[in-house]
Each structure stands twice: as C-alpha cells, then as structure tokens.
Design a protein around this ligand. Structure first.
Ligand SMILES: [Cu+2]
Length: 314
C-alpha cells in the first residue's frame, strides 16, 4: 500500500507544472525572508540589548546602499511574481478557438454535463485526449465552483451568469472533479471523475448509451434553441422586412453598437441579460420595444437559444 503523504495533487498538464513552479517560487521567497527576518530579530535582540541602566547607543550613520538594495531587491522579486502570475492567468482565461465546447450546469448537488451532440452525463466528464476543452458553465441555484485539481484549474459557477474554464487533456487517464465552493449540506458529495480517452473512444462513447440516433431532437441544444428562437425571437430579430429589432442571426461574438454610444460584446452573458432585461442595452437605431422573457423562458431554454445563436454565427 502506498502510504506516502501527498503534498500536491497529480500533475496532468504542462499548465499544472507551470502553476506548481510559480507556487514553489512564492513559497521559496516567503520561507527565505521569514527565516532571514526571524534570525536577524533573534540575533539583534541578543547582540544589541541594553547591558547597563545608563548605556546610551552610538549614533548610526545612513546606509545608502543598504536602503537602495532594500527597495530594489524586493521590487524585482514581487514584479517577477506579478508578471509570472499574470501570464498564467491570461493562459487560463483565454480558451483557444478550436476548443470543443461542453455545457456544464451546477445544481445542488450534482454537475449536469451536455456534449456538443446533445449527449448528457452527470458528474462524470468524458473528453478526448489532445483537444482543448472549453466548459461553459452556469448554476441553477447557488454558487458552485468547478475544480480540476490535476490541471490546477478552477472557476466559479454562478446562477444567472455564464463562466468559462478551459483545459488541455494531454494524456489519457482519470482525474478528480470537485465542487470547490461550499454549496450546502451535500457539498462534499458533489464530486465527479474526468475521463480522458482516445478521440476514437470519445466518438464511440458519444454515440453509445444515449446513442446519437436515440438522442431526441429536443435534446440537441442547438436544435432546441432553433425551435425556441423561431417561436419567440424570429419576428423581430432575423432581419425580416419591417422588423423592429436588430438581426442577431450570425452576430454572436461581434461587438454591438448601442444607442448610448457604447459598444458591447455579444456573448453568452449579453444575450441572456438581453432576454431578461431587454432595456438595459438598446441597440443603436432601434426602439426600446422588447419585453422581458423572465418567467416565459427558463434557464435551460435561454441556454439553448444561446447555443443556437452561437452555431448560427459559425
Ligand atoms: Cu457545489
């Protein structure tokens, strides 16, 4: 039996290794200065204590070089922390364009996952090796957090908002998935397994169980979104003659000009907010004529419309 104490989770990617290296640097700098400062305090306490009641210390002289070194060295050390940390942060926040998008919904106390072809799974996540994976995540209730410790990647999952987390599975294997935000009684059971398999095995997995042929049309988020779009949005938003709203088919991912003179990126959060609070951002040249779909469309349906708009813009 392996009884070795683990000091850090498994390392499943180059990114995880880079995070560990930065962590080692932070820890090294902290430990070095803690030890050095404590040692100097102890040494000075003994060396310079008052030995006689009438003892008066010698005046000290300025140590200019010491002052400069005492400012410049820490400055360089913290700037290394800043730029190194910023680089890793940007790497983590910007998913590559060719990433496979998988939808994740957090719910007390499970992770509901939907793959591009509509296939669903709960808690587990199957992904093909070698392709970047982008998780687009939201919550049905409280704040959760999707944590892949072996990849050193973690992102809050929030109700009423979409967040993203991406990672590159570099080797086949199995890894932990945790909820990293205390979310209620069974938070500790909100765990899953990440299965990294070969691309062939992933394709095969996608078409088994809830086989593609048996995935109902209503299960495919894009198809379901298309039906909902046509029932609720087409009249005003697909460029029909005389339409009172802007055509949004094909516009996902572009900058939208607003009546206020500002512009805003049409992303998941913008589209969802426009369905809930249509008058918050009015498109340039159009009247504030839309009413809210709050209570008409549920979270899942709004998500499906977003998936349809995304696919219409590809
Ligand atoms: Cu949770």
């Amino acid at each position: 039996m392996n009884t070795a104490v683990k000091t850090s989770p498994d390392v499943a990617s180059d990114y995880a290794q880079s995070v560990d290296a930065l962590y080692a640097y932070l820890l090294g700098v902290s430990v070095f200065f803690t030890v050095a400062i404590v040692a100097v305090i102890i040494f000075f306490t003994i060396r310079y204590q008052r030995r006689k009641a009438d003892e008066v210390p010698e005046p000290t002289k300025d140590g200019k070089l010491l002052e400069i070194l005492g400012s410049v060295i820490p400055f360089i050390l913290v700037m290394i922390m800043f730029f190194w940390g910023a680089k890793l942060y940007f790497d983590a926040r910007l998913p590559p364009k060719d990433a496979i998008e998988i939808l994740v919904t957090g719910k007390q106390w499970m992770w509901k996952v939907q793959h591009p072809n509509g296939k669903r799974e709960i808690n587990d996540l199957h992904v093909p090796v070698g392709t970047p994976i982008k998780l687009t995540m939201t919550s049905e209730d409280v704040i959760h957090s999707y944590f892949l410790p072996s990849f050193r990647k973690k992102m809050d999952v929030l109700p009423g908002k979409y967040t993203q987390l991406w990672f590159l599975p570099e080797e086949e294997g199995e890894h932990h998935i945790f909820c990293a935000e205390y979310c209620g009684t069974e938070h500790s059971l909100m765990i899953g397994k990440l299965h990294i398999v070969s691309p062939e095995a992933y394709e095969a997995w996608l078409s088994t169980g809830g086989a593609v042929s048996t995935v109902a049309a209503g299960d495919d988020p894009v198809l379901a979104g298309k039906t909902l779009f046509e029932a609720n949005c087409t009249v005003c938003h697909s460029g029909m003659p005389g339409a009172i709203g802007p055509n949004i088919l094909g516009a996902f991912g572009t900058e939208r000009q607003l009546e206020s003179g500002e512009s805003i990126l049409m992303d998941e959060n913008y589209v969802k907010n426009s369905m809930l609070n249509p008058n918050e951002h009015i498109a340039k040249g159009y009247p504030a004529a839309m009413t809210s779909f709050k209570g008409t469309l549920n979270n899942t349906q709004m998500g499906q419309i977003i998936q349809y708009l995304k696919s219409a813009a590809e």
